[in-house]
Design a protein around this ligand. Structure first.
Ligand code: ASP
Length: 335
């Protein structure tokens, strides 16, 4: 169990009243139930636990290192993480942990572990059970998941959907991998098969990527400014509906120059909460396609961003990046 911080282990600062992370040993003391689990649990903590709003790619690299160093010695891994950016971390890890064939389950809570009404205990205990669920020699969930409020979701399909409900996460385009009720029920046909290759970690992530939401007040000046950011490698365009954007000449010309003159990758995903892009449907999507935008299908923003960070880190040819981006490599998109 790896503790990174988040509400789960926070306490109220006496002076300000704000929630701040506290150290891990005090968190463990709050869950005597852990002694009752018939698994041997070792724990490791970030030296300085963080509110997950402070997460950075270097933290993902640290998590990947911890998992790699301990990979052969454990049946599975549980990462305690703040909910704000859990979907980004889960998505990033799903790509970085190549040929993963053990469970890596992220969880956290909406109320601190010390709160009488906390949701933390059930989340932690069931996550540990999922991470340790095997069918003989085979782990039942050989992939990165998020367990929260009775549901196990595929990590790279997940978004934080509520800031107030215990049921904080949603996987808008993929059904849950497991449901916890009286029984812990796994939906095996939705879970990835373990890959054949040897486990490997790819830590090289390219960070010069922008997420740009298209909106009616987007101006030429603003777009020109963005595309001229030095060293920019990719722009994830959150487009309207099924992958549509304005067809005004200044808009199309600027984006065209991004691809042809600057060699920046343009990715098309929808800003809708559910569903996929189908840019061929409307003229407004076809113009984007003609520019050479990558088809993000039904990927979440979190998955599209971290997948590009990962693929660009591989230093592939432009064509290879596009073809890898447009097909599912960890179950992150529907084709
Ligand atoms: N701000 C907190 C965090 O993401 C929220 C949470 O843990 O739920 O670290």
């Amino acid at each position: 169990m790896i503790y990174t911080g988040g509400t789960i282990g926070m306490r109220k600062d006496i002076q300000t009243g704000a929630l701040v992370p506290f150290d891990f040993s005090r968190l463990i003391d709050q869950i005597p139930e852990l002694q009752l689990i018939d698994k041997k649990i070792d724990t490791v903590s970030f030296e300085n636990p963080i509110d997950s709003s402070n997460i950075q790619p270097r933290h993902w690299q640290l998590l990947a290192d911890i998992i790699a160093e301990n990979y052969d010695n454990y049946d599975g891994f549980v990462i305690l993480h703040g909910s704000d950016t859990m979907a980004y971390t889960a998505s990033a890890l799903s790509f970085m942990l190549e040929n993963l064939s053990k469970p890596v389950i992220l969880t956290g809570s909406q109320l601190p572990i010390g709160d009488l009404r906390t949701d933390a205990k059930e989340n932690i205990i069931t996550s540990i059970q999922i991470a340790g669920s095997y069918n003989g020699e085979k782990p039942i969930v050989p992939e990165v998941g998020i367990y929260f409020e009775f549901k196990l979701l595929r990590g790279n399909r997940t978004v934080k959907a509520s800031s107030e409900h215990f049921n904080a996460f949603d996987a808008p385009n993929y059904l849950p991998l497991a449901q916890s009720g009286v029984d812990l029920k796994f939906f095996r046909d939705r879970i990835l098969n373990p890959p054949d290759g040897i486990f490997n970690v790819q830590k090289n992530l390219v960070e010069n990527i922008i997420v740009l939401k298209i909106h009616p007040a987007l101006t030429k000046d603003y777009l020109s400014y963005i595309i001229n950011i030095p060293k920019l490698k990719a722009i994830i365009l959150e487009t309207y509906g099924s992958g549509n954007a304005p067809t005004e000449p200044w808009f199309i010309d600027l984006l065209q120059s991004v691809v042809t003159k600057k060699g920046i990758h343009l990715i098309n995903i929808t800003q809708c909460q559910r569903g996929s892009i189908s840019p061929e449907k409307y003229e407004t999507g076809r113009k984007l396609m003609a520019i050479g935008t990558f088809d993000g299908k039904d990927m979440t923003t979190e998955a599209a961003l971290t997948k590009m960070m990962y693929l660009l880190g591989k230093k592939l040819s432009k064509k290879a990046v596009k073809s890898a981006f447009e097909r599912p490599i960890r179950g992150e998109m529907t084709i």
